[in-house]
Design a protein around this ligand. Structure first.
Ligand code: COA
Length: 179
């Protein structure tokens, strides 16, 4: 069973990617490059438009395969792109981890916290899902604040190879269990 393709938020909408979103995604990554580059391994270089076309094509395929449910974070009408968030089936059975980033103009408003909260509830409501994880580098305090606000507990910190310029390689693993 898959999550819904649209999830309404207070002041926003999570909407499954469509190929038509590629130009807006490319612009958002370019406009937010300084925010993304330190933390996201995929933002090592400024992207070409074809990178986002390929990324969206992969997101559509991965949704169908049940590998990951990736959404754009939009305004309530589903038109203006404000970020990206998704449930990834890569942390073992019965679980998803959530990854996220926002357009630089939309940080500091609680949008990522609301979207991650909605995605946590959506994931935990799926049959067989017992926990949601959020992984972030120990130095990424803005990211770690999100699971903290949402009542996740810090399960452990693992040593990892640093994946992005600001990463220490100390990966925090935050977990929330369903009831
Ligand atoms: C991680 C990231 C999404 C966090 O963005 P953010 O804007 O700090 O998170 P939110 O949208 O939840 O907003 C929280 C901020 O809004 C404020 N806020 C305002 N209203 C709020 C509300 N109703 N609820 C929660 N926070 C609210 C909070 O106080 C906080 O501000 P502060 O950092 O000054 O304390 C963003 O920094 C980002 O995209 N970083 C680059 C990519 C990245 O690191 N991704 C994570 C990899 S693990």
């Amino acid at each position: 069973m898959r999550p819904p393709g649209r999830i309404a938020l207070d002041g926003g909408l999570l909407r499954r990617w469509t190929p038509a979103d590629a130009p807006a995604l490319h612009t958002a990554v370019l406009e937010s490059f300084e925010l993304l580059h330190p933390w996201m391994s995929w933002a090592a270089e400024r992207p070409e438009p074809t990178d986002q076309e390929e990324l969206i094509a992969a997101a559509i395929r991965r949704w169908e395969d049940g590998e990951a449910y990736l959404y754009g974070v939009f305004d309530p009408a589903g038109e203006q792109l404000r970020g990206s968030m998704g449930l990834h089936a890569r942390v073992g059975p019965g679980a998803f981890d959530i990854g996220y980033w926002l357009h630089a103009e939309h940080i500091g408003k609680g949008l990522a916290t609301r979207a991650a909260g909605a995605l946590t509830e959506t994931g935990l409501a799926l049959p067989g899902i017992e926990r949601i994880e959020i992984h972030c580098d120990e130095a990424n305090t803005a990211s770690a604040a999100i699971p903290k606000r949402l009542g996740f507990h810090l399960d452990r910190i693992e040593d990892d190879i640093p994946e992005a310029p600001a990463s220490t390689g100390r990966r925090m693993i935050w977990i929330k269990y369903g009831s």
